[in-house]
Design a protein around this ligand. Structure first.
Ligand code: AMP
Ligand code: MG
Length: 412
């Protein structure tokens, strides 16, 4: 008797799969957080300056506040103004005030002469040249105008943006919420990394790698632990994940083996959008929704689960937290060696991309077997190899997703 092993799920293309996922991933609500916690978060509001910056005309250098029209003649030094203090008196014709960078320009003065171009003796200052009006004055509102929108919604907050928030007097800011992502490992063979390997067992690496990937993608990971290949136990933990998180990731149990139970569970409790993708590594990757929650059944093989995360889960997590750019930068690289495409699947090959003699070149990280986690170690790119039958020769150009920093010619 011939037993049918074929999957009942139609094969979808990688592009269609990504579109199906992004169509279901909604931008989450926003929350108010302290700016010290805001690095990498996405702004959910526009930020308006409530005053000018600088708030007053200020000295841009250490020197003397003078009246330009007085020319190069010696002037009487009236006083000294340091940053943080305002001087009540005004500079009048024939006088000057010693002034430090950042101090408010006193009344009457219209320029500052750098200390390096002056000599002061017995209370009189002599200038090396005629000052020009406006020299070395940092005008009120020159950097930021009151009422100006300094940051727009959707900005990914970096160091400079956080500095700007502080500049305009904001200590708290409205940002999109991070998706909470629950991660579950399935498999009778799994033990915790600190447990002894009984016969037939392997250590659970996927949960740790996926928890880290979630964090890297800006999500808030929670662990649901590991579960045996038991339908009731797996369903109970997936349901717990659905209660506690926006997204649930499982690893293992999505192929057509007798102990692959994830698809039947998801079909029963939710809607499966795809159960097979023309994708290598990670053909059995499964995507379902349960109410407004997303569930990804990732393959068990360590490389497959991480590369499938990269292809399908990460863009969703980015969209949910308000990112406008949900995808990794896609760049064109030159192959350093020939590559054989898969006949019928888009393959994401792990590679190292470096800047070499004026172009970006890519070298595969070695054997691409989906169990070989080492093929991901050191990889900074995933070569996007469309299905085909023609060998891609060395020197051919190909698209790559940049997942890490580009390496320069000198190895830095
Ligand atoms: P499965 O998809 O459940 O058939 O698993 C495919 C392969 O991935 C098997 O060799 C599993 O032992 C392995 N595998 C499954 N889950 C994990 C995990 N959490 N960590 C490491 N390897 C795993
Ligand atoms: Mg399994």
């Amino acid at each position: 008797m011939v037993r049918m092993q074929a999957s009942p799920y139609p094969m979808v293309s990688v592009e269609d799969a990504i579109e199906l996922v992004l169509a279901r991933a909604r931008v989450l609500g926003s929350q108010n957080i302290d700016i010290t916690e805001a690095l990498g978060r996405v702004l959910a509001e526009g930020v308006i300056a409530v005053d000018d910056m600088p708030p007053f005309d200020a000295a841009a250098v250490d020197g003397y506040a003078v009246i330009g029209a007085d020319g190069a003649q010696p002037r009487q030094v009236l006083s000294e103004i340091t940053a943080g203090f305002a001087e009540e008196r005004s500079v009048e014709s024939g006088t000057a005030m010693r002034i430090m960078t950042g101090a408010p320009l006193p009344g009457g003065a219209d320029s500052v002469v750098m200390v390096e171009q002056t000599t002061e003796t017995d209370g009189m200052v002599t200038l090396a040249s005629r000052p020009r009006q406006g020299d070395n004055v940092h005008r009120r509102g020159q950097d930021v105008r009151v009422g100006q929108e300094v940051l727009t919604p959707g900005t990914v907050l970096g160091a400079a943006d956080i500095g700007l928030l502080a500049t305009v007097g904001r200590t708290r800011v409205q940002v999109y919420r991070r998706p909470v992502v629950a991660v579950l490992s399935t498999g009778d063979e799994l033990v915790e990394p600190d447990q002894a390997l009984r016969p037939g067992a392997i250590r659970d690496s996927n949960r740790y790698a996926l928890l880290a990937s979630v964090r890297e993608a800006g999500g808030e990971p929670i662990s649901l632990g590991q579960v045996r290949d038991d339908e009731a136990e797996q369903e109970a933990l997936i349901r717990e994940g659905l209660r506690r998180a926006d997204v649930v990731l499982t690893s293992g149990g999505v192929s057509v083996g007798s102990r692959d139970l994830i698809k039947p569970i998801l079909r029963r409790i939710g809607t499966i959008l795809f159960g097979r993708v023309a994708f290598k590594p990670g053909k059995p990757t499964t995507f379902a929704t349960v109410d407004d929650r997303l569930v990804f059944g990732l393959p068990g093989f360590p490389v497959s689960s991480l590369v499938s995360f990269e292809a399908f889960v990460r863009p969703a997590l980015r969209k949910m937290q308000g990112h406008r750019r949900v995808h990794r930068p896609r760049i064109r690289v030159v192959l350093e060696h020939p590559v054989t495409p898969s006949a019928d699947r888009t393959e994401l090959q792990r590679a190292v991309v470096r800047w070499h003699e004026g172009r970006l070149v890519a070298r595969s990280t070695g054997v691409q077997r989906s169990s070989r986690l080492l093929s991901l170690v050191g990889a900074n790119a995933l070569l996007w190899i469309p299905p085909g039958t023609e060998l891609l020769p060395a020197g051919a150009g190909i698209d790559a997703l940049l997942v890490g920093e580009i390496i320069s010619d000198n190895g830095a």
